[in-house]
Design a protein around this ligand. Structure first.
Ligand code: COA
Length: 194
């Protein structure tokens, strides 16, 4: 049975593996990534799908502004492991993410993706004609869903990142950890040689 739940710290590697499988390295070049890099996702809006202990799907939402002074969310990436597609997992992730965003009081969700897929959840390009991504993006792939009536009425301008900045790793801790690894490797070599 597939369970949808909030992502935990331990899910990081499995989530990245699903994203690598779905999108490859090109995902880091997308305009959406400019709105995600160095930020943490919106609270409670990193979800994973788990099937018999295995992470098989992921979706995350990020805080942005849809033009000046208009808070919204950016959805993505959404991905389901190729072996688990067409089982309704992508839809379950989308529906849960939308419901949670609504419940948390967010106004609207933006994303860059195929209208042929996302229209079933209510997304369209009807309100995004005067919005711009911070990088190349096909206009008909910039989609939105209003969670409150008229939330994006008259929205215009650049979409900007507003999410909380991700904490920077502590340099001293990194050096200590690296030193620890080197000492552990040296101990292994000595044991092997003895
Ligand atoms: C898009 C994705 C998340 C869907 O996950 P999923 O768990 O297979 O989705 P669901 O089972 O809920 O829905 C499957 C349906 O979506 C359709 N679908 C999947 N990708 C689609 C797309 N890019 N455009 C139109 N329809 C699409 C399937 O044909 C299927 O249609 P059906 O219900 O008529 O049979 C998954 O295919 C994926 O991770 N793809 C890689 C990333 C990608 O290509 N994204 C494209 C959207 S930007």
């Amino acid at each position: 049975m597939v369970t949808i739940r909030e992502e935990k710290l331990v899910d990081f590697a499995a989530r990245e593996a699903v994203l690598d499988e779905a999108y490859g390295a090109v995902r880091f070049e997308k305009a959406s990534e400019r709105l995600r890099e160095g930020r943490v996702p919106a609270a409670g809006l990193s979800l994973v799908a788990v099937d018999r202990g295995q992470l098989v799907g992921t979706v995350q939402l990020w805080q942005v502004t849809a033009g000046p002074g208009r808070p919204a969310l950016l959805l993505g990436p959404l991905a389901v492991h190729p072996k688990h597609r067409n089982r309704g997992i992508g839809s379950a992730l989308m529906r849960r993410a939308i419901a949670r965003a609504h419940l948390a009081g967010h106004n609207a969700i933006l994303l860059v993706g195929d209208a042929a897929y996302y229209s079933r959840f209510g997304f369209s390009a009807a309100t995004t004609g005067a919005l711009w991504m911070p990088g190349p993006c096909q206009r008909d792939r910039l989609l939105a869903l209003e969670l409150r009536p008229e939330a994006l009425a008259g929205a215009r301008g650049m979409i900007g990142a507003t999410g909380r900045l991700a904490p920077k790793p502590d340099l001293n801790l990194l050096i200590a950890a690296n030193g620890g690894t080197q000492r552990a490797n040296a101990r292994k070599l000595v044991r092997h040689a003895a």
